[in-house]
Design a protein around this ligand. Structure first.
Ligand SMILES: C[S@@+](CC[C@H](N)C(=O)[O-])C[C@H]1O[C@@H](n2cnc3c(N)ncnc32)[C@H](O)[C@@H]1O
Length: 446
């Protein structure tokens, strides 16, 4: 997953006492923070929503800001057909056009209402940009989504990323990309049988997801404010992420290494299934969040702050390992639309080098006869099948077997894809690797 900074402060109360921004003004703050200040969409939105009560305005800001970012490449292509030189416009006006086009063309806001709202918003801008309200009016009335020689408009991806996904997913690429344009449900995994009742008692709507124990939630308030969360009854987790863990099979009573343990989402799942978990994370702060998260859920693991891209003699030999490797996150564009705006093939290549080094180091800690699941929430060949194929070529004691998971998969050249789906599943690549009994792990030196 790419590094993210928090937004530089849109939405925070204005110390000068100026009037609070309108709902669409807050949308513009999110678009600015993500595109020009390297903010993550979620952090920018949290700041922009500061002081906005739950209700239709909050829902509109969230929907239009996220939707515009998800559809941005297609919206820019559509606006490019109507504007001689979009880059010459003030950035804030271009963003108003993008958000207006999203509302009109995708969100289904009645055309006159969408155009009117964004023209009025531009009129309120300070300084010269307000004079461009007439242009905004003219463009928003005529703009239309159309394939413009690049990726199909309906996939909402920049050209290089579309080609990257299409090379990996073939005929499934369009559907996968389209699925990631849909709004995201808040998925949770239940850690207590009474979780649904606890949630309903607090007024949160919960509908069952595609896996036992997974629920799509409309919490009605921030998750951390729910007693069900604080008491350890639920953990935010996409069902695809839960399915990846189940590719390890039965883990009760086994020693399992969880590498790239982060906030402990998968470590918790393993511990709850009865594994003795060794959780390895390079980032001390994330490791600490992971430790506290497991404690909230009433679970235990041994936490190590270590670089897993080099040998880890301090880690015991384990029965099984899960390597949830850091990646470009292209299977999570629904929740992290900023990734598509920043992704480069070079970033995927760099990620693959690190993933390969981690796979080698983690495999060394797995006993003969043991299992390793390699997973990334990225949907390209470079970070998935090519990493695993490269590893297998140098490690004859290991072989790949078809992973068995409780969600539909599509075979990859080695391993399998869990595709993003319209109901809100994230995309993953996963491979299940088995080490031969009694065989050395590494290939002999040439
Ligand atoms: C995809 S996230 C893992 C999410 C986590 N498994 C979960 O389910 O909550 C990858 C994690 O790998 C960590 N990481 C990156 N490089 C690492 C390295 N060289 N050694 C160990 N952990 C690393 C990152 O800090 C990040 O937390």
């Amino acid at each position: 997953m790419s590094r993210r900074r928090s937004a530089p402060g849109p939405g925070s109360p204005d110390p000068s006492g100026a009037a609070a921004p309108s709902g669409r003004g807050r949308v513009l703050q999110v678009l600015d923070a993500v595109q020009r200040h390297d903010a993550a969409a979620s952090a920018a939105l949290t700041q922009a929503l500061h002081g906005v009560e739950a209700g239709p305005d909050r829902a509109m800001i969230t929907d239009v800001a996220y939707g515009t970012l998800r559809w941005l490449p297609a919206l820019d292509a559509a606006l490019g057909a109507r504007l001689a030189d979009p880059a010459a416009l003030p950035a804030v006006v271009l963003d108003a056009l993008r958000a207006g086009a999203f509302e009109r063309l995708v969100r289904g806001t009645p055309a006159h209402a969408a155009v009117h709202a964004w023209v009025e918003e531009v009129k309120r801008l300070p300084g010269p940009p307000a004079r461009l309200a007439g242009l905004v009016n003219a463009v928003l009335r005529r703009v239309a989504l159309a394939d413009a020689g690049g990726p199909p408009a309906g996939v909402g991806l920049p050209g290089p990323l579309w080609e990257h996904l299409a090379a990996a997913l073939g005929p499934h690429a369009t559907e996968a990309a389209r699925a990631m344009l849909q709004p995201e449900p808040l998925w949770v995994t239940a850690y207590r049988d009474d979780a649904p009742e606890l949630l309903r008692a607090e007024g949160a709507e919960a509908r069952p997801g595609p896996l036992p124990g997974s629920w799509a939630l409309r919490p009605g308030r921030p998750l951390g404010a729910l007693a069900a969360f604080r008491r350890g009854a639920i953990q935010p987790q996409n069902p695809s992420s839960a399915a990846v863990v189940s590719a390890l099979g039965e883990v009760a009573g086994r020693r399992v290494l969880d590498v790239g343990s982060g906030h402990g989402v998968k470590a918790a799942q393993l511990a709850a299934a009865g594994a003795a978990v060794e959780a390895v994370e390079i980032d001390a702060r994330r490791s600490e969040v992971g430790r506290r998260n497991l404690a909230r859920l009433g679970l235990n693991a041994r936490h190590h702050v270590l670089d897993a891209s080099v040998p880890m003699p301090e880690i015991p030999v384990v029965d099984a390992a899960l390597l949830d490797a850091p990646c470009t996150g292209t299977g999570t564009l629904r929740g992290h639309p900023e990734i598509k705006l920043r992704w480069t093939p070079e970033e995927a290549r760099r990620a693959a080098l690190r993933q390969r080094a981690m796979l080698v180091a983690v495999a060394e800690r797995v006993r003969p006869g043991g299992t390793l699941v390699y997973a990334v929430c990225a949907l390209g060949l470079a970070e998935g099948p090519e990493v695993v194929a490269g590893f297998l070529a140098g490690h004859p004691a290991w072989r790949a077997v078809a992973p068995s998971v409780p969600l539909p998969t599509v075979p990859a050249p080695v391993g399998a894809w869990l595709l993003p789906s319209a109901e809100g599943l994230d995309g993953f690549y996963l491979a299940r690797l088995e080490r031969a009994e009694g065989a050395p792990s590494a290939a002999p030196p040439a």
